[in-house]
Design a protein around this ligand. Structure first.
Ligand code: FES
Length: 100
């Protein structure tokens, strides 16, 4: 687990793009739960920091609207595309992610 950001820096129903071990990681928070995923959409590489966060535990790509589960990375409408997600641990006011 590697430190990614302060919990207070990620707004609820919002996102924060951070760099962890030289790699861009998108942190997303819905209903107080933090998730981490890759920055590029697996469909055509749109930057997910522009994504919409309207449903708990899901993110919608800004380009074509594919929705991804932030735990499994699965896309219900297009199962051939999977967003890479990372395990998250919150310790106090700090968010840690596992990129392995
Ligand atoms: S680039 Fe994300 S849905 Fe097409």
């Amino acid at each position: 687990m590697v430190f990614a950001a302060k919990l207070s820096k990620v707004p609820d129903w919002g996102k924060k793009l951070v760099e962890v071990e030289g790699q861009p990681v998108l942190l997303v928070k819905t209903k107080g739960v933090v998730y981490a995923c890759e920055r590029e959409c697996p469909h055509q590489g749109a930057p997910m920091e522009g994504a919409l966060v309207k449903e708990a535990g899901r993110i919608s790509c800004p380009r074509h609207g594919f929705r991804f589960d932030l735990v499994t990375g699965a896309c219900q409408e297009h199962p051939e595309f999977t967003l890479r997600t990372y395990p998250v641990e919150v310790r106090g006011d700090e968010i840690y992610v596992d990129l392995a």
